[in-house]
Write a protein that binds this ligand. Structure first.
Ligand code: ASP
Length: 364
């Protein structure tokens, strides 16, 4: 929380982070949300065994992230831990289990963003890194760039010493059948793969820092080097301590056109600066001319309903263009929120307030 307030003040040029103190706030608040894709996920499509398997996988990823946050770890570490587990699980369209391209290869996209400094990294069309989310992080931390693609990204991965695998590692018989069926035009993309199985996580840690990450195999049958929203900062992933952290899943083209992830964060952020700036003006200054304390942002917090409305509005805008899918959102106030226009979304959330649940279908 403190970081959030300071970020707001820094933005408004009101206080330096070294001198400002807060009235109250901070504490042990944390939250995390994860997803494993959205789509026409209905009870009739999943066997009880599959249903249980997916729930267990989501819970495992959620638990890994929650533990890090509960123990005082960073939101970046928490989202990475959750995403790596989901990437390694063939049930999801990310890492092992990624869908196939038209050429019957697996081509992976991923991105990550740190809300404390807006640093970001992403990769598109990689095929040799076991965990693309770790490569996205390496791009963020070890390169001067934000987005690397194809062979160059694979080479960078090797140079960074990340775990390399043969492209065959990502291959699974279930996904191979999907692309064969798709190409034979016996079924549409929606029928072969009734969901977008992209994975993602968003979190806020006890310092109030937000992080978001997304990883995917993209869309079945993608060709011509198609890249979706998942590695596009602002579309599939966004994090900003001043507003929120978002990870998306769905028909990427539409998420790119709306800039879904950043649009949600921006709508949240723009509710605040004016009100906080005004309140801050009444706070006395110290000898150095810095405000003696920072106004506590919780006075201006948006409640769950308001965040939900903002997210639903942006998803509706995306849907109006013809797309579908969903998002997970973490806020600086410790909320973990979902919004999706599909029948279901593989999802989970946990907070310091005691929330800890996973869900699959829309009506649960
Ligand atoms: N958004 C991803 C893409 O368009 C697909 C997904 O969410 O599964 O590549």
């Amino acid at each position: 929380m403190l970081r959030f307030i300071l970020a707001l003040l820094a933005l408004a040029g009101l206080a330096s982070s070294a001198s400002a103190e807060t009235h109250s706030g901070g504490g042990e608040t944390w939250s995390i949300a994860i997803h494993g894709g959205a789509g026409t996920i209905e009870r009739s499509r999943l066997t009880p065994e599959k249903d249980a398997e997916i729930r267990a996988a989501l819970q495992k990823a959620l638990d890994a992230g929650s533990k890090i946050l509960r123990d005082g770890g960073s939101s970046m570490e928490a989202i990475k831990a959750a995403i790596v587990l989901l990437e390694n699980d063939p049930n999801f369209n990310a890492g092992k289990g990624a869908v196939y391209t038209w050429e019957e290869t697996n081509s992976l996209d991923s991105s990550i963003m740190d809300g404390s400094d807006l640093s970001a990294g992403a990769v598109a069309g990689v095929s040799r890194t076991k965990n693309p989310i770790l490569l996205a992080e390496a791009v963020k931390d070890k390169s001067p760039h934000v987005l690397l693609s194809g062979k160059g990204a694979d080479q960078f991965s090797k140079e960074q010493g990340l775990e390399q695998v043969d492209p065959e590692y990502f291959a699974t018989p279930r996904r191979l059948k999907q692309i064969k069926d798709f190409k034979a035009k016996r079924v549409s993309r929606a029928d072969v793969d009734y969901k977008f199985g992209t994975v993602g996580a968003v979190a806020m840690d006890q310092k109030g820092n937000m992080a978001a990450g997304t990883s995917t195999g993209g869309m079945t049958g993608k060709r011509w080097g198609r890249i979706g929203d998942s590695p596009i900062i602002g579309a599939g992933t966004y994090a900003d301590d001043r507003s929120c952290a978002v990870s998306a899943t769905g028909s990427g083209e539409y998420f790119i056109r709306i800039g879904v992830a950043q649009e949600i964060c921006t709508r949240i952020r723009l509710r605040f600066p004016a009100a906080i700036k005004e309140a801050q003006l009444s706070v006395p200054k110290d000898a150095d001319g810095h405000y003696k304390y920072a106004i506590h942002a919780s006075e201006f917090m948006l409640d769950d309903k308001e965040i939900q409305q903002i997210a639903d509005d942006v998803i509706a805008d995306m849907g109006a263009l013809g797309g579908s899918g969903g998002v997970i959102i973490a806020t600086p106030w410790g909320q973990a929120i979902y919004s999706f226009d599909t029948k279901g979304m593989y999802r989970g959330r946990a907070t310091s307030e005691g929330e800890n649940s996973v869900a699959i279908y829309g009506n649960e």
